[in-house]
Design a protein. Structure first.
Length: 99
């Protein structure tokens, strides 16, 4: 399994209503220190992909897209539709984090 496939495999298993950080995906994929590569990989998913990329957020509990952008609103909407509640622009990793 190559790096991208390892990342895709982890992301495909994130349960509905849960989130995980880019760094945690990298760690689980056997790629410690590759958080940015996880972001790059998800940014370049094939358009027809059904991977739940929206469940991956930054380690501060926030969406990494700039607030107010189309992509930010798309990701936030997908998360809220799964029952994830925001406090301002943050998500409680303690409550919604995938362990």
């Amino acid at each position: 399994m190559n790096k991208k496939e390892a990342i895709w495999s982890i992301v495909s298993h994130i349960p509905r209503g849960k989130v995980i950080s880019y760094g945690a995906v990298a760690d689980r994929a056997g790629l410690p220190g590759y958080a940015r590569y996880v972001g790059y990989t998800l940014k370049h998913l094939p358009p027809e992909s059904s991977l739940p990329w929206h469940r991956v957020i930054n380690s501060e509990g926030s969406i990494s897209f700039e607030s107010g952008t189309k992509k930010y609103h798309l990701q936030r909407s997908k998360l809220e539709n799964e029952g994830i509640m925001f406090s301002g622009e943050k998500i409680s990793l303690q409550k919604y984090g995938w362990i």
